[in-house]
Every structure is written in structure tokens, then in C-alpha cells.
Design a protein around this ligand. Structure first.
Ligand code: ATP
Ligand code: MG
Length: 563
């Protein structure tokens, strides 16, 4: 978590901060904030912002506020507030007692707006949304001033108060800043500060207010009220910065410094709460925590760890230019972490029955297996071995080439933590499909005490049929088939046109070793030779469900012909 351990050089934000610390610009303080709008669950892009804001504060012994930017009652819900708090905590960050809501400042924001009116810097405009947009014109031609721009202070104060008192319907009036209708920066062409929204009630303030501040106004004032020093936001707000500064200068208050960084984009994924919500509401995915979603809730359910996500954010780094990060990097980070912590177990995803004809019926042996060779404290467990086993169908091949080191008639293979077996016969059904392998085991070849002297090249995994647990596996792949699902607007296509029909494949009958009985939801595992999996919360006493977190190797790159 400590940036300084992995980065020897400073990123550009740290450079700015160290410069400010050197000149005592903010009395040597560093105070950041993470300001989500509670209109959905947060995603990996937000995680980058969380790691940045909390990470910077940790590095410079500063503070970080969690502030809900809840200024739009139409889209915000308490469910999202709680979900976001849970996700930030899960990522490993603590705002302690610094939890704030922009809605806590509604009165102050209102009072400041009255001040702006009194200074002649804001006015009530009766124009419609469309008229306002029309009068703004385009960046290449100056805008037109609204006929309401030069209303008297008394009139503006009167109308603004009556807006607040609920006398006017939605859309009939707005409060606008009086800046410059000819500015080349469109955001300075008299931006809207307040709008009327009679309904629905606000998730915290209920019916107390029917006018709500716009983001640009609420954000800078909230930052100022909280004494934020460095207000870190994504690049698209760079053009809003003059407005951020204008408002605080006109109000004559303390002024934080807004610094913009590049938003995180990941290939084969969309990164917008609004669009993720569309996937949820149209039932394209199974909720916000669908393991195919790049929400924090989805990643957690998929089997990602907080450390892997923090590590990913750190590796991606902080840039000033937009870029797209390859999903393979995120997968690399989770493999790296799970390699250290996930116990290895045996599970057969596509079972083929093996009968060891020379092994006594009814006999069970207990095989000792190391839980995780990467972790010397992980201990061992017992795996039962018997006459009837399942192996992976893909570990047998008819008429195998000479260099095939798994099972084939006449060939031998080692069963991991078991015996060497040799295949004598493949039994087929009437369709020619292999239903069973007849094999013999080599008696003195038991792993750990092998005196057989036999050399076999291949080792395969297996489970004992009478002991195995039947379970379900959910195999996930990318949700979209193209790198940039949002990149086809010109062709008239949206991200919904590029859904991967194979993003979820359910294997209804897999067999896992009995040691997994009762494993708790979200337990991380490596199914040997297959991939990292975890226990899905849908698991019951009768049926365990496993999610594929990530395959052991990057098979996607191969499929794409990139490797
Ligand atoms: P979305 O469109 O997904 O809702 P947003 O920017 O509107 O994104 P907010 O809840 O307003 O979401 O964002 C909270 C904070 O997270 C902001 O500071 C924002 O800049 C940051 N953030 C959001 N998305 C990303 C991203 N993809 N990469 C980095 N930071 C992000
Ligand atoms: Mg937003």
C-alpha cells in the first residue's frame, strides 16, 4: 500500500504536493477527498481514485474525507451510499470520522448563492433548458445574453427565495452565474448553479429542498468548506477548473487546488456507473455484483482481493493523458496475489470415469497433500483415494502422438498426490463416445514413497468418485467482444451491441475433493491445472457453487492470436 516502496520517482501529483509542502501553501497540510455520487455501485475506475486519494494522504500524513456528492435526488439512493462505504472499507481504506455529504451543505450553498446574487454575480433566468443551450452558441461564436440577465438584485433575491419555497415548477427557472457569454470556455458562459426539482424527495433531506445545486457549484464549495487542499479529479474536469476557481474567488473563501489526472479505462469493459446500471436494469447481468462486472462488488464476488486491486492501481500509475489499460494487467495482479494465498485443490470440471481394475473394491487410502507450495505455513490435508476416480476428459487422448504425456491407451501417467496409473482400455458407448477408462495402478508408486522406478512425464489431477462433492462452476469470460465497446458511436452502435454471448458458461456438474465441504463464501482456491476459483455466496449445504476468478494462464491473448 505504501507507494514509496514501489515507486522511486514521484508522480506529477506528488510533485505538486511536495512543492506546496515546501512553500507551506496550505500550512503544510495535505487533505484529499473521495467524492462519489451515490447513483450506483463504484467500479475499478473509482478504486483508482480511492487508492490515489487515500494513498497520497497516507504518504504525506494527511487526511482523506469520504464525501457523498448527493446533489441529484433523481438518481441517488441510500442503498448506494451503503454499498460504496462497504466497498471503500473492503479495499482497505478508512475515512475514520470524516464522512460527509454535500447535502449537509445545502443551507450554506444556498446562503453563498444569495451572496453571489448580492454581488451582482448571479441571476434567475426564466429561459428553458433548450433556450439556454441555444443562447450559449458554440465555442467558435460568442453566446447571446439572456433577456433575464440584467434583472435587479431585489428581483433576483425575491425569485431565488421563491424558487426555494417551491413556488415554481421544474424547469421554469434556474439560477445562473453571471460570468462571460463570450468566453471561449463554454463552462464560463453563465453556467447554471441551481435547478428546481420538486420530486422525488432527497434520500437524506427529504422534502426540505426543491432546488438543488449543480455539480460545479456544489463541488468547489464543498471542497472549500472541508478545507481540502488538493482536489483530485479526472481529466474531463480540466475545462471546469476556471469555474471552480471563479466561484471560490467571488465568494472570497479558502481555495483548494484542483488537479486533474487521467481516468482509468480498461479494454473490453465499460467504465460508467450509468452504463453499468443499464446492464443491471436490463437484466443483462445478474445484479451489481455480477462477477463479470468491473464493480468492486463484482470483482469481490469474482474472487479478486483488495491487495490485487490496490496493486493494479499502483501499477497503472497516475497519468495526465487518457489511455486504455489492458485487462490482462488486472488479471496478472490477481494471479500474482492468489498464487501466494490460494490453497491448491483438485477439481474435475469435465469428468471422465476411471476404474482401477487391480485396486481392491471398497478400499480407501488417505493421501497427504500440501495445501500451497508457495506458502510454507499452509499445511497439508488428506485426500481420499479409491478404485473409481474422475479425471479431466481432456487428459485422455485416443491415438495420441508420441509427445503426448497424459493418458492414452498403453500409456502411463502420475495421479497428483496418488499413484502412477496405466490405461488398458477405453470403453465407448454406441455413439463412439468414451464413457470410461479401464486402468491399472502401479502398487509401489505411491507419491512420497515411490519405489517403482517408473518414469512418467505427465501428472494429472483427479477426484475419488465415492468421496467427491458434486458442484456447479460458473466460468466467466469478458463481457464485451471488442476492446472499446463505446467506440462505435459513428456506426450507430452502443456497448449493448457488443455483448459477449459466452461471457458466462455454467458447468452444472463438476466434482471437487471432499476437503472443500463447508468452505465459506468467497474462499479463494486454485483448482490445480485449471485456474483460480472462489466459493460463490449462492452456495448452499446441498450445492456448492464456484466462480472462475481467472484461468492460470492468459488464454485470451492466445485466442486473439497475440501470443
Ligand atoms: P461514473 O460515470 O462511472 O459515474 P463519475 O466520475 O461520474 O463516474 P463519481 O461518483 O462522480 O463518478 O466519481 C467519484 C470520483 O471517482 C471522482 O473523483 C471521479 O473523478 C473518480 N472516478 C470516476 N471514474 C473514474 C475512472 N474511470 N478512473 C479514475 N477515477 C474515476
Ligand atoms: Mg458523476
Amino acid at each position: 500500500m505504501n507507494n514509496s516502496e514501489t515507486h522511486t520517482s514521484l508522480n506529477f501529483i506528488e510533485e505538486i504536493i511536495e512543492g506546496d509542502l515546501a512553500t507551506e501553501k496550505y500550512d503544510g497540510r495535505v487533505h484529499t477527498r473521495f467524492p462519489p455520487e451515490p447513483n450506483g455501485y463504484i467500479h475499478i475506475g473509482h478504486a483508482k481514485s480511492i487508492c490515489l486519494n487515500f494513498g497520497i494522504a497516507q504518504k504525506y500524513e494527511g487526511l482523506t474525507n469520504l464525501r457523498f456528492d448527493d446533489t441529484n435526488p433523481a438518481t441517488e439512493e441510500t442503498e448506494y451510499v451503503e454499498g460504496i462505504m462497504n466497498d471503500v472499507r473492503w479495499l482497505g481504506f478508512d475515512w475514520e470520522n470524516r464522512l460527509y455529504y454535500a447535502s449537509d451543505y445545502f443551507q450554506e450553498l444556498y446562503d453563498f448563492a444569495v451572496e453571489l446574487i448580492k454581488k451582482g454575480k448571479a441571476y434567475v433566468d426564466d429561459s428553458t433548458k433548450e433556450e439556454i443551450a441555444e443562447m450559449r452558441k458554440t465555442p467558435t461564436e460568442p453566446g447571446v445574453e439572456s433577456p433575464f440577465r440584467n434583472r435587479s438584485e431585489a428581483m433576483n433575491l425575491n425569485l431565488f427565495e421563491r424558487m426555494k419555497n417551491g413556488e415554481f415548477p421544474d424547469g421554469s427557472k434556474v439560477l445562473r452565474a453571471k460570468i462571460d457569454m463570450a468566453s471561449p470556455n463554454m463552462h464560463l458562459r453563465d453556467p447554471i448553479l441551481y435547478r428546481i426539482k420538486q420530486n422525488p424527495p432527497h434520500h437524506r433531506t427529504g422534502d426540505a429542498w426543491c432546488i438543488y445545486p449543480m455539480y460545479d457549484y456544489a463541488h468547489c464549495v464543498s471542497d472549500a468548506i472541508e478545507g481540502i487542499t488538493h482536489s483530485l479529479c479526472t481529466l474531463e474536469f480540466e475545462v471546469h477548473r476556471p469555474l471552480y476557481d471563479w466561484i471560490l474567488i467571488e465568494l472570497g473563501t479558502y481555495r483548494p487546488q484542483q488537479i486533474e489526472f487521467a481516468r482509468l479505462n480498461i479494454s473490453y469493459m465499460i467504465m460508467s456507473k450509468r452504463k453499468l446500471r443499464q446492464l443491471v436494469e436490463q437484466n443483462i447481468v445478474n445484479g451489481w455484483d455480477d462477477p463479470r462486472m468491473m464493480t468492486i462488488a463484482g470483482l469481490r464476488r469474482r474472487g479478486y482481493t483488495p491487495a490485487s486491486i490496490r496493486n493494479f492501481a499502483d501499477r497503472v500509475g497516475i497519468a495526465k493523458r487518457e489511455n486504455v489499460v489492458d485487462m490482462a494487467l488486472l488479471e496478472f495482479c490477481i494471479r500474482e496475489d492468489l498464487n501466494k494465498i490460494a490453497p491448491r485443490v483438485m477439481a474435475v470440471l469435465d469428468p471422465l470415469k476411471v476404474v482401477l481394475t487391480n485396486y481392491p473394491e471398497g478400499k480407501t487410502e488417505e493421501m497427504e497433500a500440501i495445501n500451497n507450495p508457495e506458502d510454507e505455513n499452509s499445511g497439508t490435508r488428506i485426500i481420499p483415494f479409491s478404485r473409481e476416480l474422475y479425471i479431466e476428459r481432456s487428459d485422455f487422448m485416443e491415438n495420441a502422438p508420441r509427445k503426448y504425456f497424459r493418458l492414452s491407451v498403453g500409456k502411463a501417467v502420475r495421479l497428483k498426490n496418488g499413484y502412477i496409473i496405466q490405461c488398458d482400455e477405453a470403453i465407448k458407448d454406441e455413439n463412439g463416445e468414451i464413457t470410461e477408462l479401464r486402468c491399472s495402478y502401479i502398487e509401489n508408486s505411491r507419491s512420497g514413497s515411490d519405489t517403482s522406478g517408473m518414469k512418467v512425464k505427465g501428472t494429472i489431477h483427479w477426484v475419488s468418485i465415492p468421496h467427491a462433492i458434486e458442484a456447479e462452476a460458473r466460468m466467466y469470460d469478458r463481457l464485451f467482444t471488442v476492446e472499446d465497446p463505446d467506440g462505435y458511436k459513428k456506426e450507430g452502435k452502443t456497448f449493448l451491441d457488443f455483448l459477449n454471448p459466452d461471457s458466462l458458461k455454467v458447468l452444472p456438474k463438476i466434482y471437487v475433493e471432499p476437503s472443500l465441504k463447508g468452505a465459506k463464501a468467497l474462499t479463494h482456491l486454485q483448482f490445480m491445472r485449471k485456474g483460480y476459483f472462489n466459493v460463490d455466496p449462492d452456495s448452499t449445504d446441498d450445492k456448492m457453487v464456484f466462480n472462475l476468478t481467472v484461468p492460470l494462464r492468459d488464454s485470451w491473448a492466445k485466442k486473439q492470436g497475440r501470443k
